[in-house]
Write a protein that binds this ligand. Structure first.
Ligand SMILES: [Zn+2]
Length: 256
C-alpha cells in the first residue's frame, strides 16, 4: 500500500462520533473548503447505538449527507467501539495510519473533557494526540502497513463546551470567522435527524448563540474558537494581524 493512492489533505478534523466535528468546527471546515483547501473528517466510531436512531446504516447516511453539506473532500469512519472508546495502542495506530495516508498539515481534535456527555470525547483527544506523534515515528513500519511516515505541522483543539464559561486550557486561543458558513454548519448538523431534528431542536439555537458569542469576541458576526497546543508566533506581525503582504493597501483589523 502506498500513501499516494490517497488524496493529500490540508486539514483533518477528528471526532469520536459522527456530528462531533460538525457541532464543534463545521463552520470552519466549510470555510476552508470555500477557500480552496482539501479537508477531511475522521470519525473514530459509527456513533451507534443511540436512543433515537434505527441503526448504523441510517447514521452513516446522515454523516455522508453532512459531509456533502460542508463540502469536505473525504470522510472516513473507523470501526472503534462507540461508548467503549479507549485510548489504546491499537486505536492510536489505526488513526495514525489515516494520517499517514492523507498527510494533513493541520489536525483539529478534541481539546477537553465533556462532563455529563460522552466520555468517548476525552478518549478521542488522547488518541488524536498520540496518533499525531505516531504518524511521524520512523523504524516502526511493521505497525503501519508500510505507509511512509508523515509529520503533521500544526494541531489545534476544538471545544464542544456548552457547559462552561472557561476557555479550554492551552497556549493560545483564536477565533475563525464563520460569518459566511454559520448557516452551512447548522444545515450540516441538521442532517443528523436521528440525533437532533425534532428530538433536540434547542441545539440549533445554542450553536447559533455560541457562534455569535465567540465571533463577537474577535469582531466577526460568527466564529468558532480553537486552542493552540503551542504558543502562537509570527515572523511577520502585519501579515499576522491583517492577512496582507508588503505593498498591499492598508486594511483595518476586523473589529467593527
Ligand atoms: Zn460525540
Amino acid at each position: 500500500m502506498s500513501a499516494t493512492e490517497y488524496p493529500r489533505l490540508d486539514v483533518i478534523a477528528v471526532g469520536a462520533h459522527p456530528d462531533d466535528v460538525e457541532i464543534a468546527c463545521g463552520g470552519t471546515l466549510a470555510q476552508l473548503v470555500r477557500q480552496g483547501y482539501q479537508v477531511g473528517i475522521i470519525d473514530l466510531t459509527d456513533g451507534e447505538p443511540t436512543p433515537n436512531s434505527p441503526g448504523p446504516e441510517v447514521r452513516f447516511a446522515e454523516a455522508q449527507k453532512a459531509a456533502a453539506t460542508l463540502g469536505v473532500q473525504v470522510r472516513v469512519q473507523l470501526d472503534l467501539p462507540n461508548r467503549r472508546l479507549f485510548d489504546t495502542f491499537e486505536a492510536r495506530v489505526m488513526l495514525a495510519k489515516e494520517f499517514r495516508k492523507y498527510r494533513p498539515r493541520l489536525v483539529l481534535g478534541f481539546g477537553d473533557k465533556t462532563p455529563l456527555a460522552s466520555p468517548d470525547h476525552w478518549q478521542a483527544m488522547q488518541i488524536t494526540d498520540a496518533a499525531i506523534f505516531y504518524a511521524r515515528l520512523t523504524k516502526w513500519d511493521e505497525y503501519f502497513d508500510g505507509l511512509p511516515v508523515h509529520t503533521i505541522s500544526a494541531h489545534l483543539y476544538y471545544s464542544l463546551g456548552f457547559g462552561n464559561l472557561q476557555l479550554p486550557e492551552g497556549a493560545g486561543h483564536l477565533v475563525v470567522d464563520i460569518s459566511e458558513t454559520l448557516q452551512t454548519k447548522l444545515d450540516a448538523v441538521r442532517c443528523y435527524a436521528t440525533q437532533f431534528a425534532n428530538v433536540k431542536e434547542f441545539i440549533f439555537e445554542r450553536i447559533r448563540a455560541a457562534a455569535m458569542h465567540d465571533g463577537t469576541a474577535a469582531g466577526y458576526d460568527a466564529g468558532e474558537v480553537f486552542t493552540s497546543t503551542r504558543t502562537l508566533g509570527t515572523r511577520d506581525l502585519v501579515h499576522f494581524l491583517f492577512g496582507q503582504a508588503p505593498g498591499d493597501e492598508p486594511r483595518k483589523p476586523p473589529v467593527r
